[in-house]
Write a protein that binds this ligand. Sequence first.
Ligand SMILES: Cc1cc2nc3c(=O)[nH]c(=O)nc-3n(C[C@H](O)[C@H](O)[C@H](O)COP(=O)(O)OP(=O)(O)OC[C@H]3O[C@@H](n4cnc5c(N)ncnc54)[C@H](O)[C@@H]3O)c2cc1C
Length: 375
Amino acid sequence: MNLSEEQRAMRDVVREFAVEEIRPVARESDENQTFPEDVWDGLADLDMTSLTVPEAYGGLDVDRLTYSVVNEEVAYGMLSVATALSVHSLATSCIAEFGDDDQKERWLPDMAEGRPVGAFALSEPQAGSNPAEMTTEARREGDEYVINGKKQWITNGERSGVVVLFAKTDREDPRSVTQFVVPKDADGLAVGKKEDKLGLRASDTTSLVFDDVRIPAENRLTEEGKGLSAAFHILTGGRIGIASQSVGLAQSALDEAVAYATEREQFDRPIADIQTIRHKLADMKTQLEAARLLTRDAARREDAGENVELAASMAKYFASEAAVDVTNEAVQIHGGYGYTTDFDVERLYRDSKITTIYEGTSEIQKKVIARNLLD
Ligand SMILES: Cc1cc2nc3c(=O)[nH]c(=O)nc-3n(C[C@H](O)[C@H](O)[C@H](O)COP(=O)(O)OP(=O)(O)OC[C@H]3O[C@@H](n4cnc5c(N)ncnc54)[C@H](O)[C@@H]3O)c2cc1C
């Protein structure tokens, strides 16, 4: 699918950054479970932290296809960095789309420059696939809201400076979910346990605990009760981002597999000459390109103003499952070496699994696809 000259230029810049700045630190960041902050600052220097910030507030405000291409390339470098960037972009999207002028002025110019980093706090310990079951409450008291509850699995949990929060104004009323912007240094807001994960280990995933956190009423982003529809709206675009990251991750695994198959010899010839291996690579390539096409199709449709609920879910479902398949086969092609941390495919395989889980599991994507087909 053709990209414009501008999109190709952006892709090339980010690909170069991914290869020269992200990949070299990926293994160590994964091993130490630390987020590479220098890489983040480098992305900010390239204006990549301003992708979903309007130009009036210092942002690039890119179209969805460009957003997709950037996500793909950052994930080619390392999924943990791409995840952090896409969550930051979700937060800036929420403020840009739902905030008033004062809220935008307060947060967006600095976030466009990379800091404060944004977090997006929807999930809870007992409310993941169905966020309407959340119990975090923001009770109105005069000119303030008082927030109590716990958010779970928050990307950029520790490193963020601002949180886009979803909470109920009435805990008993599932229709009362409302969106707020909460400064991270608010009294009573504590960062909880850092998760020890299978993959995405350089990404900072924590809980956030709100204990009588008081925020001014003007920090409300949506009218009371309009938070859930806002979250679903933002997450539809977000799913195209995760699909794009899955494509970038799979591309990285395919490139590793091709290089290894060409170098590694068994039975006096490169394993790339063995038909079984050739067929594996052919399947990987086909799955990857199909995933890329679905993803870019969804992005293009969004840019054309279409409702992309179906297209985004199909792209996210197919591309994330493809990433798991492709990375799995990349490990297989590496044989025993692929099972060790000496080769990147091991990390790519572990990282891939999260793409089928966050921003709506594959089961939830299929639910959305079937609903569009049948109801
Ligand atoms: C590393 C990581 C980072 C994350 N980052 C963020 C973040 O920044 N912000 C945020 O808000 N959240 C974040 N999440 C949360 C993520 O979006 C949820 O984990 C996800 O939505 C699934 O929710 P759950 O874990 O509660 O699983 P559950 O909802 O309990 O699901 C368990 C299983 O049941 C299935 N299931 C549930 N309901 C249905 C149904 N109706 N039909 C069919 N199957 C169903 C699911 O598909 C899954 O297989 C993150 C999660 C992880 C692991």
